[in-house]
Design a protein around this ligand. Structure first.
Ligand code: SF4
Length: 330
């Protein structure tokens, strides 16, 4: 899957880098000075690079923990996110990463210890507020777990902070790390979901919806809190039936007590990002809909967003309580 690893000279001896190199034993390893030389280079073609991305091993020096954008979180008083990786092995057509980075190569920051130190400092500074930390903002939290082992370390860390929540956002069905250990009540495994035929077209390389739903039900059965994330909502002919069937399917035979929260959010892009993504895939059906631009944001427009949001809300309320349902507006 990965043919080439580019490792910053200063991390080559780091135990995480060594483990990754061992796990990807068929990949060629090249030394570099700084990951930015490769990753931030202009004139790269994200679409072409995505066909065979390399893995870059690097050290992160700052900004380990950042405040989550307004509207991203659920009901915690403060929400933060951290990104031990940039980019993702999946290739969802609506993914904002393809509009944010000029490179499709994966960057893995191997100094996990500095992330946990920064998270610990943030917790110490916020003892009087409820906190949620989100992993999987610039990557998928679990998709690369067999190579990185990051989630395993994060779970060990958050076991010691039971009043602070960790959300692992994912589309991956790689759940051994979780199933091989006792559930942690403050760790939510949140699955991004959309109707099967839409995911089949848009969520390239990601596990099918059937497999995701099975994985999340298994996790719930094993005592893990799960999150359901209907985000982004995709508008198409017959969307009401498609979402209604998906929701019914998920809530059939699930341990409802383990459904931590359910969120839904519209398809939205900053204007420049939308321009960049559509230039990569000018013929994609997703971008053939006449979108609206308002306040620098490209979207389906308020009427469609409102209609979809109200519909999702009323469908979800058939199965779960209002207080577990949130609208995500990032
Ligand atoms: S799973 Fe998430 S991060 Fe990965 S390509 Fe899809 S939208 Fe992007």
């Amino acid at each position: 899957m990965i043919d080439s690893i580019f490792a910053e000279r200063e991390v080559l001896d780091h135990p995480v880098a060594q483990k990754v190199i061992k796990r990807l034993k068929h990949a060629d390893v090249f030394e570099i000075e700084r990951y930015q030389e490769m990753f931030n280079k202009r004139q790269q073609n994200f679409r072409i690079q995505k066909q065979n991305p390399a893995l870059i091993l690097a050290r992160k020096h700052d900004n380990f923990v950042l405040p989550a954008p307004q509207g991203f979180g659920l009901d915690a008083q403060k929400n933060y996110y951290f990104s031990h990786m940039y980019n993702c092995i999946y290739d969802c057509r609506y993914c904002f990463l393809q509009g944010m980075y000029s490179s499709a190569n994966h960057v893995l920051f191997v100094n996990y210890e500095d992330f946990f130190k920064a998270i610990s400092d943030t917790i110490d500074k916020n003892t009087d507020t409820s906190l949620t930390f989100f992993s999987g903002y610039d990557c998928d939290s679990l998709a690369f777990e067999k190579i990185t082992g990051f989630a395993e370390k994060a779970l060990e860390f958050f076991t010691n902070f039971s009043s602070v929540e960790l959300e692992l956002r994912t589309k991956s069905i790689v759940s051994e790390t979780l199933l091989n250990r006792s559930p942690i009540s403050n760790c939510i495994v949140a699955y991004s979901l959309s109707p099967s035929n839409l995911a089949g077209v848009l969520d390239n390389k990601a596990p099918s919806i059937e497999r995701r739903v099975n994985a999340l039900k298994t996790l719930a059965k094993n005592g893990w809190p799960v999150g359901l994330r209907f985000d982004p909502l995709i508008y198409c002919s017959g969307w009401e039936n498609l979402y209604s069937e998906l929701i019914q399917d998920i809530f059939t035979d699930i341990n409802i007590d383990k459904v931590h929260s359910v969120s839904h959010g519209p398809l939205r892009f900053p204007k420049e990002m939308y321009k960049k993504i559509t230039s990569l895939y000018p013929d994609d059906k997703l971008f053939s809909f006449p979108m609206e631009t308002k306040g620098g944001i490209v979207s389906y427009g308020t009427d469609i967003e409102q209609e979809m949001s109200l519909f999702l809300q009323s469908e979800l309320e058939k199965y779960t309580t209002k207080k577990k349902i949130f609208r995500c507006l990032v």
